[in-house]
Ligand binder design. Structure first.
Ligand code: HEM
Length: 128
């Protein structure tokens, strides 16, 4: 999809808001203690908790829980710790919320505009 490692890490930090619903995806739980608050909390939680893999009896989905089972990570979230280049950005965003906001805005704008062509004045080109 043409995203850099840095943009990928910035986008997945959106999992700091919202939650998983067993009836929709088969996964269960929230990523952060304040899932209605957009911040860099996803990265702090990812780095700061001890994660244990578990398979949910009800849905058969495998995911990760922290020690008190109040927070979760998906396998794709855990990849951000396993890969050195991803992990570098996790650490940067955990430390620097303003940097995260800037980089998320740029990467999310790119995601929203995927496939859209504009002319030199910025007007959207339809059907070209
Ligand atoms: C590796 C890529 C990704 C995977 C595998 C993934 C997977 C998931 C899954 C399984 C859920 C739970 C759905 C449910 O049960 O309702 C979810 C929720 C969510 N995802 Fe992602 N996601 C990815 C990337 C993203 C990106 C790029 C964004 C936004 C920039 C995003 C934003 C969200 C949000 C906000 C929720 C919560 C939705 C809710 O509370 O109903 N995710 N994601």
């Amino acid at each position: 999809m043409g995203f850099t490692d840095q943009e990928t890490v910035a986008l997945v930090g959106a999992h700091g808001v919202g939650r998983c619903h067993p009836k929709f995806s088969g996964w269960e739980g929230k990523w952060t203690p304040n899932p209605l608050w957009f911040s860099n909390e996803f990265y702090k939680v990812l780095l700061g908790e001890v994660w244990v893999q578990e398979t949910l009896a009800e849905t058969g989905r495998t995911q990760y829980f922290n020690a008190d089972r109040s927070l979760i990570m998906l396998n794709t979230d855990m990849e951000l710790l396993r890969d050195g280049e991803y992990r570098k950005w996790v650490e940067i965003y955990a430390e620097d919320r303003e940097r995260y906001f800037e980089d998320f805005a740029a990467a999310f704008g790119k995601l929203l505009e995927l496939g859209i062509k504009r002319d030199s004045r910025g007007a959207v080109q339809i059907g070209k």
